[in-house]
Design a protein around this ligand. Structure first.
Ligand code: GLN
Length: 322
């Protein structure tokens, strides 16, 4: 079915969803990373970026929070830019694990394969793939410059978060060394883990994440900076990964109820991609038991349901001016 949605309808749906979900209780901040435990749990933001560059922002959309696992998306894109989508498929994989983000069991089950760059094992492997090999400074530059291109503005390292994660990431050390054992890490182990930890500790805003989502939804063309950031063929590849594993063991439930591929992080951020239409991001620190923001999930679902949108709906949707 052909379906037309006015820009004002999108703005109103976002505002109404934000107001509805604002008072929602439940969940608690991630506490396995000490810095995150202390973030104000009342922070809440919702941003939508359309493919003509229009941005709608409600609430705390300029607060810099830890990007955490959402950083796995831009670095997977970077690995695809540098090594092609096929190269990433061969070296890491594009499969769902159905298990928590930090699962060692998943790595053992997959017979030495990290499955996807969107869980910890695959993300550490993706950091190891980033060129130039062996050079931590230049690899870091490539990772942050890529995020800057996708968002249209630079992320900023939260030093305290980086120190906090570095002091407590024992499980990720185990994953990194298992990858080494299976020849699935492609650079120095400690360096690759450090790059992963550092990228998770980048501060990002809700509005930046919505622009990144819109850039992916727009085939790599950043609608705000008007720059092509990656080859169009990468967009469906990264979106399929997000659709299959963006919420880890709850990805099926998420896609079923929200209709939008999205990626979460334990900093409280969720970034959604509606191909050909918009990017959306929400942020609120309290998480459910799987490490996904309670309010961010609720507000994106409410927005999608209000507009009766979903990637599987089969509608030809056009966003039109008022
Ligand atoms: N840095 C966190 C970790 O590796 C990221 C996890 C997440 O956001 N799901 O544990």
């Amino acid at each position: 079915m052909e379906k037309e949605i006015k820009i004002s309808e999108i703005k109103n749906a976002a505002r109404e969803s934000f107001e509805e979900v604002k008072g929602l209780q439940g969940g608690k901040n991630a506490d396995y990373i000490p810095y995150l435990a202390n973030i104000d749990s009342n922070l809440f933001g919702l941003s939508v970026t359309l493919l003509d560059g229009t941005c709608f922002n409600f609430g705390d959309t300029e607060y810099k929070f830890g990007i955490e696992s959402v950083s796995k998306v831009p670095t997977a894109i970077l690995a695809m830019i540098q090594h092609t989508p096929k190269g990433v498929l061969e070296k890491i994989g594009a499969d769902a694990t159905g298990l928590p983000f930090n699962s060692i069991f998943a790595l053992l089950l997959e017979n030495d394969h990290p499955s996807t760059p969107l869980v910890n094992a695959g993300a550490i492997a993706a950091c190891s793939m980033v060129a130039p090999q062996g050079d931590s400074r230049d690899k870091w530059k490539a990772i942050t410059e890529n995020i800057t291109e996708l968002c249209g503005s630079a992320p900023e390292l939260i030093d305290e978060l980086y120190e906090s994660e570095t002091a407590t990431n024992f499980n990720n050390h185990a994953i990194a060394w298992l990858l080494k054992n299976y020849n699935r890490i492609y650079d120095n182990v400690d360096m690759s883990l450090d790059l992963y930890t550092r990228q998770c500790s980048l501060g990002i805003t809700c509005s930046q994440l919505a622009i990144m989502g819109a850039t992916i939804a727009n085939g790599g063309f950043n609608p705000v900076t008007k720059k092509q950031t990656f080859e169009k063929e990468i967009a469906p590849k990264i979106t399929s990964m997000i659709a299959s594993v963006g919420f880890y063991q709850h990805t099926g439930d998420w896609l079923y109820t929200s209709g939008i591929p999205a990626k979460t992080g334990v900093g409280g951020g969720v970034m959604g991609i509606m191909p050909g239409l918009f990017g959306i991001a929400a942020f609120a620190p309290p998480l459910d038991e799987a490490g996904n923001s309670v309010k961010a999930q609720a507000v994106i679902k409410s927005f999608m349901n209000k507009l009766d949108l979903g990637i599987f709906n089969g509608d030809k949707v056009k966003i039109i001016p008022d």
